[in-house]
Design a protein around this ligand. Structure first.
Ligand SMILES: Nc1nc2c(ncn2[C@@H]2O[C@H](COP(=O)(O)OP(=O)(O)O)[C@@H](O)[C@H]2O)c(=O)[nH]1
Ligand SMILES: [Mg+2]
Length: 250
């Protein structure tokens, strides 16, 4: 269970296979630029994956869409609200959305894709996305803009033979640290079921929620978290490469 730690930590990001954020905060703008440079230069450890897919999962209103908007903002240079955030009514985030992010307005795409889904539970009592459907997304069976629940293997949009590039390479649990005690038991069960398939560590996050201007302290937390997610994707690729080599030599 995550704990809130005061400074810039009203929202929490629990990432599978990430390590604690230890970025030094001074001098802020130099750190921000160094992190951005590393992220721009990132290349996946697989030739058959042009961009790692980072999937955000969590309870409704945990801050998933706002995290995407915040990363977008850091690279645009101003707050931006592309993914619908706020009250999740029937229309919001029911679909599996994959968002490439540009390096500046009209700039080239950055080397990763953030993927957003509906909450693990719904305010209207419909129960949210099913664990099997999240696993279908992770395994690459679900197309962009496809309504994830319920799983229908006969649906023409169901990708029966996903490639490695279609799969999710890093799964991020987003948990609202201002109300961790409100974690719904059915959501906890789903998180645990998914965690049986993947391992992970914890890091703290602060999204841009109502800010009108960007701040480097927040930029650095966001970029540091993103860098950890890319490293988690690298660990996944490393293991895959090891397994494949083992199969060839063994
Ligand atoms: N104070 C604060 N509010 C946040 C933060 N991240 C998201 N929010 C707010 O939480 C609400 C739900 O966020 P949203 O991204 O729509 O959650 P989602 O359902 O997980 O996609 C919105 O009103 C956001 O403005 C944060 O880091 N701090
Ligand atoms: Mg959302």
């Amino acid at each position: 269970m995550p704990h809130a730690h005061g400074f810039l930590s009203d929202h929490f990001c629990v990432s599978l296979a990430a390590s604690t954020l230890t970025q030094c905060i001074f001098p802020l703008n130099r750190n921000r630029e160094r992190l951005k440079k590393n992220i721009r230069a990132y290349k996946p450890l697989r030739k058959d994956v042009p961009k790692p897919r980072i999937l955000l999962i969590g309870q409704i209103s945990a801050g998933k869409s706002t995290f995407f908007n915040s990363i977008n903002a850091v690279f645009r240079g101003y707050p931006i609200h592309q993914a619908e955030s706020g009250f999740e009514g029937k229309s919001l985030s029911k679909k599996y959305m994959s968002y490439p992010i540009s390096d500046g307005r009209g700039g080239p795409e950055l080397p990763f894709i953030l993927c957003d889904t509906m909450g693990l539970e719904r305010s209207d009592g419909e129960g949210g996305i099913h664990t099997e459907d999240i696993l279908s997304v992770i395994k690459g069976h679900v197309h962009h803009r496809y309504t994830v629940s319920p799983t229908r293997r006969t649906d023409p949009h169901y990708r029966t033979k996903p490639t490695l590039a279609d799969k999710v390479h890093c799964v991020v649990y987003v948990i609202d640290a201002s109300s961790p005690h409100e974690l719904n038991p059915s959501v906890l069960k789903k998180l645990n079921d998914i965690r049986l398939k993947v391992n992970g560590l914890v890091m703290e996050m602060k999204n841009y929620s109502s800010e009108l201007e960007l701040s480097d302290a927040i930029n650095i937390l966001l970029l540091g978290a993103l860098q950890q997610m890319l490293r988690a994707a690298d660990s996944y690729f490393d293991n895959l490469n090891l397994n494949e080599r083992g199969q060839i030599t063994g």
